[in-house]
Design a protein around this ligand. Sequence first.
Ligand SMILES: Nc1nc2c(c(=O)[nH]1)N[C@H]1C(S)=C(S)[C@@H](COP(=O)(O)O)O[C@H]1N2
Ligand SMILES: [Mo]
Length: 308
Amino acid sequence: MTSRFNLPYSEVTPELAYLNRRAVMAGMAGAGLLAASGVQAQDMPKFEIKGFDTTETPNTFEEITNYNNFYEFGTGKDDPARYAGSLTTDPWSVEIDGMVERPGSYGLGDILSKVDIDERIYRFRCVEAWSMVIPWNGFELNQLLDLAGVEPSAKYVRFETLYRPEEMPGQRRPILDWPYVEGLRLDEAMHPLTIMATGLYGQELPNQNGAPLRLVVPWKYGFKSIKSVVKITLTGEQPVNTWKAANHREYGFYSNVNPEVSHPRWSQATERRIGGGVFASRMATVKFNGYEEQVGALYKGMDLSKEY
Ligand SMILES: Nc1nc2c(c(=O)[nH]1)N[C@H]1C(S)=C(S)[C@@H](COP(=O)(O)O)O[C@H]1N2
Ligand SMILES: [Mo]
């Protein structure tokens, strides 16, 4: 069971590779988990530890793939799992244009042969005040932007989701202004925490999570992490993102996770971790979703209550 989306180590069996990864991370030398699994340590793949991962317990594959926001398939949390399966994700290509040296259509297979895919276990915080911990597979967006060659005049990156109403029933209704658009400042896009996800738990990305290629920006509210990307444009002007266009009072361009700045209709000070159970207490939301050390410097001198 190999495909161009899979990591080499997933051939071991994704779940096992994942367990081992956790063991290495926790500094347990994998002894207990490996013994339990019957696999010899020397047989296991080596992982590069980049230091971005959280040690919080990840959500289950079930949770991550059955509680989704993907309005192209409906506004219910279970609509994407129900309806996204029929989306055609192969062939897939990404048009890269605007202020780049090598504009053009980049085939997904070609992209994947030129980037380094690794695993990142990130917290994920939706603007609706629920959160998860997700073990993504993917590559740093800066690698893709380097393939296209960003021109010095570029200041922002604009992303667009596939527009295919025949396969995306939500797009046949005026829920949002289709196609879904998002944007980042160039320094945010080049930051090593910013990835294009191609999988989770070592398996290819399920359609409901934005297959075959979706942005993940872990210090920003979830709506910035645009799914099923088909177009990337380097521009000089700040792109107008879909949720800001829909309601600029409630949703901004930056959308950095910030417990001090309330949404007009609810507090952002706490969040509900999915899977915690009905009686679980809410947890405190952390500025930049806990990634302040890595990204705080990007916003030096900015008033984050005004530039939300
Ligand atoms: N194209 C597209 N991308 C999208 C969305 C969407 O509706 N359409 N929803 C966003 C929101 S609000 C969130 S919280 C995350 C949800 O990602 P997940 O379902 O993989 O957890 O996707 C984001 N990306
Ligand atoms: Mo969200």
